[in-house]
Design a protein around this ligand. Structure first.
Ligand SMILES: [Zn+2]
Length: 230
C-alpha cells in the first residue's frame, strides 16, 4: 500500500525526475529531485494528497517560497514539496484535503522561468536523493476507473486540458505529429520563436497539442523545446 497523489497543477511537464545531473550536483543530487510543470505565474497550486502543512518557508537560491505538506499512509511518512511560489494560501499546522488550494505559482528562488517544482520525499528511501523519489508512479490518472495506471502510452483519451497556456518554440525546428508520441506521423514543423496557445496536454507526458490533431514534444533527452511565454 502506498500513498496516491493527484497532479498539483494542470500544466505540461518541463523537467522530469533525475534529469540534468550537471545542474543538480550543486545541491548534492544525482539529478532533478522532483517534477517541474510549466505554468503561468499566479496559477493555483493544490495539495497532491490530504495532509498537514508542516512548513511555509522561503529558501533563497533554492526553492524560493515553498510549502511542505506531511502525509501519513499506514506507518509510512511522506512529504510533498511545492516550490518557487508567489505566496501560500495556507499556514503551518493547517490540515488540508487532496486538491485543496495551497498557494500560487511564480518563479521565486533558483528558477529560470515560471513553473511549479513538485517533490515527494519518503523518510529513509533513495539516500542518493536524500529521501526524494520520483513522484510519477504515485499519481492517479484522475480518470475514473483508470486509478493506479502508471503507463505513459499514447492514448489520446488521457488528455489534460490546460488553461490556454502560451508557449514559444526554443528549438531550431520542431516536428508536429498527428498524435502525442514519436510513433505518430510528422504532419508539419514549427520554427524557433513560433508562439502558440495550447489547450491540451497528454496526461503525464511531455506532448502538447498545438492545434487540433497536431502535437509536439516539450522536451526530449533533457533538451527543452518550448518555454512558457507571456
Ligand atoms: Zn524543479
Amino acid at each position: 500500500m502506498a500513498i496516491t497523489l493527484t497532479v498539483p497543477v494542470s500544466g505540461p511537464i518541463t523537467q522530469l525526475f533525475g534529469e540534468n545531473p550537471d545542474i543538480y550536483k550543486k545541491w548534492g543530487f544525482p539529478g532533478h529531485n522532483g517534477i517541474d510543470y510549466g505554468i503561468p505565474n499566479g496559477t493555483q497550486v493544490s495539495a497532491a494528497a490530504a495532509g498537514t502543512i508542516s512548513q511555509v518557508s522561503f529558501e533563497n537560491g533554492g526553492y524560493g517560497n515553498y510549502i511542505k505538506i506531511a502525509h501519513k499512509d499506514g506507518s509510512k511518512n511522506y512529504f510533498t514539496y511545492y516550490a518557487h511560489l508567489a505566496s501560500a494560501a495556507v499556514a503551518a499546522g493547517q490540515k488540508v484535503k487532496a486538491g485543496q488550494l495551497v498557494g500560487y505559482s511564480n518563479n521565486t528562488g533558483a528558477s529560470t522561468g515560471p513553473h511549479l517544482h513538485f517533490g515527494l520525499k519518503i523518510d529513509g528511501e533513495n539516500p542518493a536523493y536524500k529521501g526524494y523519489v520520483d513522484p510519477m508512479p504515485y499519481f492517479t490518472t484522475g480518470g475514473g476507473a483508470e486509478t493506479g495506471d502508471t503507463s505513459t502510452g499514447a492514448d489520446t483519451s488521457a488528455n489534460v486540458s490546460l488553461p490556454d497556456l502560451k508557449l514559444e518554440v526554443t528549438y531550431e525546428v520542431l516536428n508536429l505529429r498527428n498524435g502525442p508520441g514519436i510513433e505518430y506521423s510528422i504532419v508539419g514543423q514549427l520554427n524557433k520563436g513560433a508562439k502558440f496557445t495550447s489547450k491540451s496536454l497528454h496526461s503525464k507526458s511531455v506532448w502538447v497539442e498545438v492545434e487540433p490533431g497536431k502535437w509536439c514534444a516539450l522536451q526530449f533527452d533533457g533538451v527543452t523545446y518550448l518555454k512558457v511565454s507571456k
